[in-house]
Write a protein that binds this ligand. Structure first.
Ligand code: ADP
Ligand code: GLC
Length: 492
């Protein structure tokens, strides 16, 4: 099968969070199984291209209709792990992707609307006819809309779209002018059963557009699939998802077992596995040295996260203080886009910097993330909502015991040490329900208590997490089944 994956992120080239891991891991697994896979990405100035072999110009002058004119762009291509990476590099006077970050620019809607149009234009002009276009999040929500409103009539007739929702907190609510720029007619599309935003009757909702027009829609865990149809986690899209329930489902993410595997990880000082768990201690020591923590008999509680409202900022701050007050060390690695959240963590950092048991690293650092997973004992993820969550799965692979809120994919992957209905050898962490300090403390005190009082049982929890299968093997097969089903559909 020929699959074109389209995304704003792909690790390690351009990653802000789990979307980057998702695209890298799923694409590689699909390619390993003999499928032809193209990954389309914007050509960001900040792209890390070391892992892309043979990067070259594929089209020096692709002309893309945009905003009543033709905007010229280059298309570059290279290979990464058996996957073909294609980059869209617009020669726009606004330098669409010549910015210091992937998201958070005031013209994000224009940037990704252009990217979406350019991908389809490239497919059309280059004669490429993928069986499946796999689009992700609001950034590429216009692709299924453009495919069926414009490009099908121009010749892209056989391609079917699978659209994956990674986060309903970002829906791409944009002014109708964005539709016009992309070459669409707002009068036709700004209606209730197409792109009109369900909560603000003046704007278009690109995520909604993707849901309406795609041939199949999924989110990244079965539990989140239920939550967004039947609870307020749907953030206004519940009725729409119910309407389209016949083409909607949940597929739990995997993690890439070459990237996230302590037995082979080149970014950690000492490799280890289930049968050599004592070697993890050397990584704990290296982590302490790297971050200036004192060498002491205490568990290390980690947070590796985007510092975003979604991730439970209040409970994170409380959890850090609670851990420090209860004989633990704390390391946090996190980046905030929101200036208010950034300022709160900067204040806490100033306050805790003199404490030899605490280090907050405010920024994005892939290598340090690997060292933290390798060195930590516990990880805290108190999310308000969590479509899947990869951090808990990565952590478990590294023998780190997760303390998480029972939402979304966290609830599908973490099974409580004390209260799960699963057999003992499947239990792997601690869960809490209430979004309150007391709720969090209940789970934290159980986890810390086990570390101090029953080290053998704590070791067994680590082992249970390391043994779980979080690979892409099963989810990739589920996506292939979805693709196969779509390919059998008659043209519309
Ligand atoms: P989300 O996609 O919502 O951010 P996930 O748990 O799915 O959450 O994925 C987060 C990914 O991003 C993981 O690979 C995690 O290690 C990584 N990550 C998050 N914050 C940072 C950071 N500050 N530095 C390095 N890696 C980070
Ligand atoms: C989003 C979600 C996260 C998920 C990731 C990859 O960023 O917040 O829960 O794991 O996408 O699907």
């Amino acid at each position: 099968m020929y699959i074109a994956m389209v995304s704003a992120e792909c690790a390690p080239i351009a990653k802000a969070g789990g979307l980057g891991d998702f695209v890298q891991g799923l694409s590689r697994e699909l390619a390993v199984r003999g499928n032809a896979v193209d990954v389309f990405l914007p050509y960001y100035a900040l792209s890390r291209l070391e892992s892309v072999a043979g990067l070259r110009e594929i089209d020096p002058n692709l002309r893309v209709p945009f905003h009543d004119q033709w905007l010229s762009c280059r298309v570059l291509g290279g290979a990464m792990d058996g996957v073909n990476c294609l980059f869209i590099d617009p020669r726009s006077p606004h330098g669409f992707f010549q910015r210091g970050r992937i998201y958070g620019e005031p013209d994000d809607p224009e940037r990704f609307a252009f990217f979406s149009r350019a991908v389809l234009e490239f497919l059309l002009q280059s004669g490429r006819r993928p069986d499946i276009l796999h689009c992700n999040d609001w950034h590429t929500g216009l692709i299924p809309v453009l495919l069926y409103e414009v490009y099908e009539a121009l010749g892209l007739t056989r391609t079917r779209v699978c659209y994956t929702l990674h986060n309903l907190g970002y829906q791409g609510q944009v002014d109708e002018s964005i539709l016009r720029q992309a070459g669409l007619d707002p009068r036709r599309l700004l209606v209730a059963d197409r792109l009109l935003d369900p909560r603000d009757g003046r704007v278009a909702n690109l995520l909604k557009g993707g849901i309406v027009y795609a041939n199949f829609v999924n989110t990244v865990s079965p539990r989140y699939a239920w939550e967004i149809q039947d609870t307020d986690q749907g953030m206004g899209l519940q009725p729409l998802l119910k309407t389209h329930a016949h083409k909607f489902g949940g597929v739990l993410n995997g993690i890439d077992s070459l990237v996230w595997n302590p037995a082979v990880d080149p970014l950690i000082p000492v490799n280890y596995g289930v049968n050599s768990l004592p070697r993890k201690a050397a990584n704990r020591q290296a982590l302490r040295t790297r971050l200036g923590l004192r060498e002491v008999e205490k568990p290390i509680l980690a947070i590796v996260s985007r510092l975003d409202f979604q991730k439970g900022v209040e409970l994170m701050l409380h959890g850090i203080r609670y851990a420090l007050a209860h004989d633990s060390q704390v390391v946090l690695l996190g980046a905030a886009l929101d200036p208010v959240i950034a300022a709160r963590f900067a204040r806490l950092k100033e306050e805790t910097d003199p404490n030899p048991d605490c280090h907050l690293e405010l920024g994005y650092d892939e290598t340090l993330a690997h060292l933290i997973y390798a060195g930590a004992d516990l990880i805290l993820i108190p999310s308000l909502y969590e479509p899947c969550g990869l951090a808990q799965m990565i952590a478990m692979k590294y023998g780190v015991v997760p303390i998480v809120r029972r939402v979304g994919g966290l609830a599908d992957t973490v099974f409580d040490a004390n209260y799960s209905d699963k057999p003992f050898e499947i239990r792997n962490g601690y869960l809490f329900d209430d979004l309150t300090e007391a709720g969090l403390e209940g789970a934290m005190s159980r986890a810390l208590g086990l570390w101090w009082r029953f080290p053998e049982y704590f070791r067994q929890l680590r082992v249970n997490g390391m043994r779980a299968d979080f690979s892409w093997s099963l989810p990739a097969q589920q996506y292939l089944d979805i693709y196969a089903h779509l390919c059998k559909q008659e043209p519309t």
